[in-house]
Design a protein around this ligand. Sequence first.
Ligand SMILES: *Cc1c(COP(=O)(O)O)cnc(C)c1O
Length: 524
Amino acid sequence: MTMNSVGRPTRPEGEPLNDYLHPTLTGARGLLQDEALIFELGGWDKTGVDLEAPEFDASDLGDLVRAEPIGLPGLSEPEAMRHYVRLSQKNHAIDLALYPLGSCTMKHNPRLNEKAARLPGFGDVHPLQPISTVQGALALMDKLAHWLKTLTGMPAVALTPKAGAHGELCGLLCIRAAHEANGQGHRKTVLTPTSAHGTNPATAAFVGYTVQEIAQTADGRVDLADLEAKLGPHVAAIMVTNPNTCGLFEREVVEIARLTHAAGAYFYCDGANFNAIVGRVRPGDLGVDAMHINLHKTFSTPHGGGGPGAGPVVLSQALAPHAPTPWVVHGDDGFELVERAEGQAEAAFGRMCAFHGQMGMFVRAYAYMLSHGADGLRQVAEDAVLNANYLKAVLSAEMSPAFPDGPCMHEALFDDAWLEGTGVTTLDFAKAMIDEGFHPMTMYFPLVVHGAMLIEPTETEPKAELDRFADALLKLARAAKAGDVDRFKGAPYHAPLRRLDETQAARKPRLRWTAPEAPKMAAE
Ligand SMILES: *Cc1c(COP(=O)(O)O)cnc(C)c1O
């Protein structure tokens, strides 16, 4: 009997480890079946419900009467249910295992948050309800705003943006409005460091700014001399991430702010990594003018899947008057929403979305804050940094940290120097991790580090899980160095789908299913 690493029997003695030597006949793996598209599974002539033919006068619909079949697949209830449950089993999720993506912060979503978000008073409110009937929801938004301002040391916050990138857009629109109000509308350049997250230059370009790069020093931080040389009367803002995407704190951040303000520009700080400093550093004290906070990165709201998110933006005194409507105020009869760009909101640049933002995310983030308290939030930052440094230290036994000197913040960054001569690339290594039960880390980002592998464990992973993860990576690293190249080149062997052409998939996605033959309308 062969045992696995924790001593459980896995297979008879002598049976090969790799089931890729024995491909299955059906494409299924273990009890996981291969899954067809729902259109391929369903028939046009089947239905899960039995409806009577509707009685209606077709002339009521005029020329809107459907002439073609609707083209929906017909499935029985168990077929439809199994299809979606099987698909969900192919998804990796933070509820299944560690999700080590760096610059993305996939952390545990506490069930307490979910419970609070489902309370009928929060879950069932409608944005068009009379204000007098949603006083509790507005009170929660007001409290959340209060704590976001307190934690960041900033005087104002716009809650409406729906993601970090949307928050960047909001911040830059505030900056543009402020410059225009001050007769500085000619400032058309935004500076971003070479290590910036792609959304920074993309947002600046979207707002109509020209983007110029600021060089980086050998120790992974903003090059002050280069920043100073590029600042000038044409610069509207700088966008700097802190801690940055190399997982490092910008030690000269106060000087960066001073130089920026001296040149008449604003300091947009990308606060996606706020979980590394929450409770320990207040960006307002560093001279930041605008910063988005991804509630899904710092405050544990669900992340990914393109679902509803929230990226509130805190603003300095200079930018606060330009914040988008609506916002919550204390009126004579309780809470009110300032909706129109008049009176106290006359300098608002406009709106970011139709209503007030993502209520469900506000509730979850506030629940996370309350369940931790001030000391607990400080510990969030400390544990996030401790976990990342633990992985950096343990993995350095086989892998090469990109910035070996000194500690990192919330994420540990490795380059591919340690793979040199093995014939294994960062991509191969990441794919082999899937076979070992771990989602890959962020690969090839930031671009300034060759073959980058960026790992963020977050504060919610226990040491035992970090050890299991590190153990898998160290074993793989030794296998790569020992010349076991096939293990990597063909990986993943055990995933439902083998290695795909990701470039083709991104460049030429096939997003539509075409019916093999056009379905026919039922004759009767
Ligand atoms: C995640 C991230 C963003 C974008 O945030 P989204 O919420 O994904 O839009 C921007 N900058 C950095 C550094 C990030 O990590």
